[in-house]
Design a protein around this ligand. Structure first.
Ligand SMILES: [Zn+2]
Length: 291
């Protein structure tokens, strides 16, 4: 090939590159101009990793809506032993995605579906969302209740904490100190950051709603809210959990922080009782919606 034709080819290639670069820049500008913000109705959905378990599994929070009043729902603090409380939380999340308009404009709903993912892993063999089919059969009673340090997380919070506590007739570890466990610390940090107006914990299987209190009685707002949930869901309300002595309870710690909180215990270890809980949730939406 002669030198002069090589020059022509190189020149043509350079010109083509310049043209394509020009087109690319023009298209980019145009795409910016036409990305007009679309009006979005609630929920604005946000998924966030808010902490890690002892074994490094993600603890996630999912938020819906843009209001300034935050309601938090927490499942699975007792892990795989109460896996139905985790499934209930996921069901609630699916419902919010499918029915965004049920969320009053002044509310933001944050769901932490699985507060003890290592415990859930012991029973379902996976992280994140699962189904009933994943739940292993014939496990010893209590499997997956504790975190990987064998600590009962719902005894690790700062309300009358002691190093050991009870679960039925068993002595259980409550951690080496208040908030010694990363999962409990995650909830503590979450509360500090999000300043929730109400925190609900889903557990199983006492078929009742329990108030929270830490040496100063039940907050008036807690009483009102648990009654609202109870009337429509049919779970009876209990002012104290007196089946056995509990120290370091998460919901009681919230009471000590002046945050209204209560615990809903499902009727069995397998059912999610969706209709009852949806009715309770809607009663809360109604309670706050008019404010
Ligand atoms: Zn529980």
């Amino acid at each position: 090939m002669r030198a002069s034709s090589l020059k022509w080819i190189v020149g043509a290639i350079i010109i083509l590159i310049i043209i394509f670069a020009g087109i690319f820049v023009a298209l980019k500008k145009a795409s910016k101009q036409i990305s007009i913000p679309v009006e979005v109705t609630a929920p604005i959905f946000k998924q966030e990793v808010i902490g890690k378990s002892v074994q490094g599994r993600n603890i996630e929070a999912f938020s819906y809506g843009t209001g300034s009043t935050t309601l938090a729902f927490i499942g699975g603090i007792h892990g795989g032993y109460e896996w139905n409380s985790v499934l209930l939380a996921y069901k609630f999340m699916d419902y919010l995605m499918a029915n965004p308009n049920v969320i009053p404009k002044n509310l933001k709903i944050i769901v932490i579906p699985s507060a003890n993912p290592d415990g859930v892993y012991q029973v379902v063999g996976k992280g994140g969302q699962f189904t009933v089919a994943d739940v292993k059969d014939n496990l010893p009673v209590g499997t997956g209740r504790f975190n990987s340090n064998k600590v009962d997380l719902n005894r690790n919070f700062a309300c009358n904490w002691q190093a050991t506590s009870t679960w039925r007739n068993n002595i259980v570890s409550a951690g080496t100190a208040v908030f010694s466990e990363p999962e409990a610390q995650t909830i503590k940090n979450f509360v500090a950051k999000n300043n929730p107006t109400l925190v609900i914990f889903w557990h199983s299987q006492s078929n009742a709603i329990y108030a929270s209190a830490c040496n100063n009685g039940i907050l008036a707002e807690t009483s009102k809210l648990m009654k609202a949930y109870s009337v429509v869901s049919g779970y009876r309300t209990e002012e104290t959990f007196d089946s056995y002595a509990i120290t370091g309870d998460a919901s009681d710690w919230l009471a000590s922080q002046s945050v209204p909180s209560f615990t809903v215990e499902l009727q069995t270890h397998e059912s999610i009782e969706w209709d009852r809980n949806l009715a309770g949730i809607k009663a809360l939406f109604e309670y706050y919606g008019g404010k």
